[in-house]
Design a protein around this ligand. Sequence first.
Ligand SMILES: Nc1ncnc2c1ncn2[C@@H]1O[C@H](COP(=O)(O)OP(=O)(O)OP(=O)(O)O)[C@@H](O)[C@H]1O
Ligand SMILES: [Mg+2]
Length: 464
Amino acid sequence: MNSLVGKKLKHFQIEKLLGKGGMGVVYLGHDTRLDRPVAVKVLRPDVTENRNRRRRFLQEARAAAALNHPAIAQIYDVDEADGVTFIAMEFVEGKTVSRLIGNRELDLVGAVEIALHVAEGLSQAHKANIVHRDIKSDNIMLTRDGHTKLLDFGLAKLLEPMPDNGESEIYRDLKTTKTMSETRAGMILGTTAYMSPEQARGMPINQSSDVFSLGIVLYEMIAGELPFKGDTPIDTMHAITFEEARPVTVIRKNLPPEIHRILLRCLRKRPEDRYPEAGALADDLKRLKREIESGIHRSDPVSGIFQRVIDWVKFSLPFGFKGITGLGVILILAAIVVFAKVNYWALGAYALILLFIYRYIRNRKSRMLKKFTMKVSQFPEVRVISRKEDQITVIVDQAMAKLYLRINSMIEAVNKKLYFGKPVKAAVRDDLSNQEFQKVLREPGVMYVREDVVIKPESEPESS
Ligand SMILES: Nc1ncnc2c1ncn2[C@@H]1O[C@H](COP(=O)(O)OP(=O)(O)OP(=O)(O)O)[C@@H](O)[C@H]1O
Ligand SMILES: [Mg+2]
């Protein structure tokens, strides 16, 4: 396929090549209408030359475009122009999970966190009856601020209500000999190593096939190797269909046994023995994450209910939480003055207590951020932590995925516990120039500086 760099597809200016995959070529582009970057995936002509297949693909991609979840890379447009079929989607600045695995940038918490985000995004798709069909570590990216993005929903197959013979349309194609060339196009969906047994055998698939593939990605992230491997694609498919994976707990020591149980349930050969859809897997991963983070299992339904009530109050009040709290306090004080024959000393004491409570709640964010700083400063690669209002900057020697995943997860926890006030954001930087670095050090808001960091005095302005 000729390079499209420098050309325009509709209102997408193609700027540079990002990568190549089984279905086509991905470019960085610029949406000249909305003035934002986009990733443009141009499909291989042989994949889309069949009119029926192309039509069905466009239809499926449109269904996938309706998905809207932070863990799913948004599809902006699917169309044909200048004789090519393309998908314009959210440009994700980050690394693919397969690269993170190769660089050994993930730890257990990081792996669980990524799998959890993907499962949550997938769950939304599964509820809408959309199966991704091509979950693999190349189709999951992680951004610098620790957000996970699942790519390539354009290839997902909208699960039609089961046709009369109980098979999905695509597998009817796969079984008829006259469409052998289409079979190959169909087989590209799903790289063999991540296929579910039913995909490998050309049987109908459903949501639990994605669960199997996500299980493989989770296994790969934790063990650093694939559970089912063969010298040829056929051998790999054979392993997927008939062999049991080596337990991750054998490959890596000191893992919580729960992780083995979750993986077993994802990788069961019979679809009905697995989690039926990604939401059920997400629930277990959430529980596992909590367990790993706290070291012990703790179920806390009371605080859960409390948090939900607070969230409800926060979002459904017209004047916001602050306004209502203020109004409540004034009303209570007024009621005391009007109805009770209290002496004014007691009233003063009440007011003092209320003021104290107000200050306690108001300073909650600062206290939590202090705790956050203490925890983050334990990582040896962290050089400086600084805060400018609600933006935290963590400057590190080298930004490893496991670190920014951890930081993002901690910030999420802080934001969850914040009963009112703006949420906090965090950025991990390892790309500051010396000058920029020194500037951060001189500015107010520095919360932590590693011992070996040298603060240079601001150089005198050059006099002429
Ligand atoms: N939305 C995106 N934003 C940024 N980079 C992307 C995006 N989509 C793809 N890429 C990059 O382009 C590369 C090729 O992607 P592509 O989807 O074509 O290949 P693949 O995922 O390896 O295979 P498959 O065709 O099965 O999905 C990816 O590895 C990734 O680095
Ligand atoms: Mg891809």
